[in-house]
Structure formats: structure tokens, C-alpha cells
Design a protein around this ligand. Structure first.
Ligand SMILES: CC(C)(COP(=O)(O)OP(=O)(O)OC[C@H]1O[C@@H](n2cnc3c(N)ncnc32)[C@H](O)[C@@H]1OP(=O)(O)O)[C@@H](O)C(=O)NCCC(=O)NCCS
Length: 189
């Protein structure tokens, strides 16, 4: 079904007008925090993909802490344009609370900024993240929540083997319309 993620009109060039950029995926470092936070805010401002609405200073501080947490993963997708490095995407795998009972679970969140989507960055981020989760001692399950209209993201998750675990009916209002949240998960061991 054609929707917000219809493949029609799939961009083949980046915003800067160059050919499909070479995307490098690497761990986030302290110096990435500003751009990282700006990217989250820019996707939040689109209002229809992620649950975050505002990246507050407090949220930024906890992002910075997360960069250093060895039990979690924060990676970025980077391109070089006009000789300058630019972050165009990110992926996090955070703990599901701090209880002993669920310490084998990580929660995945990811985004690619507008203008750089459907060029393989999401796939590269996911490949890196699942390699990490598969190799990380104690991590067994990766879980995520996605809005039911976000077919592009759902396809990506399915491509990597994620399965639907449940649906939270009308859990969000997006542009005034109720939308379901789909819970998906992948067992990495
Ligand atoms: C969802 C998102 C992370 C995917 O990353 P991406 O770099 O755009 O995706 P890729 O180019 O790597 O494509 C990955 C897969 O997505 C699916 N896909 C891509 N474009 C699609 C489209 N228009 N319609 C349906 N599925 C699509 C395909 O399965 C594709 O794999 P394939 O090309 O091997 O068939 C990215 O588009 C994004 O950040 N969107 C906005 C924010 C968001 O939705 N975040 C996730 C919240 S749960």
C-alpha cells in the first residue's frame, strides 16, 4: 500500500546532490553528541516516526552517559560531503530497565535523517548492531516498538528476522489520527 514510506520517488541522490553517499558505521564518541542530538530532534520534528518529541538538556546528558555504557550500544552512520563528516543516522541498544530478570534484553531504537533514507544506511546500522548483540555475552533478546504505518521500518526489521510479539492498539495519535504500536523482537542466541 502506498503510504508515507511508498517506494515511489525513492531518492537516488543525497540532499547535497551527489551520488549515493558512502556510509560508514562506527561507535558514537563524545564529540558526536551535539549532531547526534540534533538528528534525533530533526526526526522528532517530523512527528510521525519516533516517540521522542523533544530532546531536552537532561535527555542529552543521558545520551552522553549511554555513549560510555559498555553494556549498551550507540552507533552512528557517517558520510563525508564536501570534505566534511556528517552524521546521518544512529542506532541505540539500551537496557530494558535495570532489573536482574530482564538483563538479557536490549531495546533497539534507530533513525536515518531525511534526505539519506532508502540508501542502505539503516541496513548497515542494523548489520553492525546485530553482530554486536550476537557477540555480547548475556544479551539474548532485542526488542523494539514501531508505529503501524511505518512500513519502511517494519520491512527493515522483518528483513533481519524480527517477529511481531504484540500490538498496542491506538497507542499514539499521529497528526490527529490514532495509530497502533507494534512490538517486535529478535532472539540473537
Ligand atoms: C526506517 C529507517 C531506519 C530505514 O533505514 P533506511 O536507511 O531508510 O533503509 P535501507 O535503505 O537500509 O533499507 C532497508 C530496508 O527497508 C525496507 N524499505 C526501504 N524503503 C522502503 C519503502 N519505501 N517501503 C517499504 N520498505 C522499504 C526494505 O526492506 C529495505 O531493504 P531492501 O532494500 O534490502 O529491500 C529509516 O528510513 C528512518 O530512519 N526512517 C525515519 C525514522 C524511523 O522510522 N525510525 C524507526 C522508528 S521505529
Amino acid at each position: 500500500m502506498a503510504g508515507p514510506n511508498s517506494r515511489q520517488g525513492k531518492p537516488q541522490v543525497s540532499k547535497a546532490g551527489s551520488a549515493r553517499p558512502v556510509v560508514k558505521v562506527r561507535r558514537a564518541r563524545a564529540g558526536d553528541l551535539e549532531q547526534y542530538a540534533e538528528n534525533v530532534q530533526s526526526v522528532a520534528d517530523e512527528g510521525r516516526y519516533i516517540f521522542t518529541e523533544r530532546v531536552t538538556e537532561e535527555r542529552k546528558k543521558s545520551m552522553g552517559k549511554l555513549f560510555k555504557d559498555k553494556g549498551c550500544l550507540v552507533i552512528v552512520a557517517e558520510v563525508v560531503e564536501g570534505g566534511k563528516r556528517k552524521l546521518v543516522g544512529n542506532l541505540t541498544m539500551t537496557r530494558y530497565g535495570d532489573a536482574e530478570k530482564s538483563k538479557h534484553v536490549r531495546v533497539l531504537g534507530m533513525l536515518v535523517v531525511d534526505g539519506y533514507r532508502e540508501m542502505g544506511a539503516g541496513t548497515k546500522l542494523m548489520e553492525y548492531a546485530l553482530r554486536w548483540a550476537g557477540a555480547k555475552k548475556g544479551v539474548e533478546k532485542v526488542t523494539l516498538g514501531v508505529l503501524s504505518n511505518n512500513q519502511r521500518a517494519i520491512r527493515l526489521y522483518e528483513k533481519f528476522g524480527f517477529k511481531v510479539e504484540g500490538v498496542r492498539k491506538k497507542h499514539y495519535y499521529i497528526a490527529g489520527e490514532p495509530e497502533d504500536e507494534i512490538d517486535m523482537a529478535l532472539f540473537v542466541k
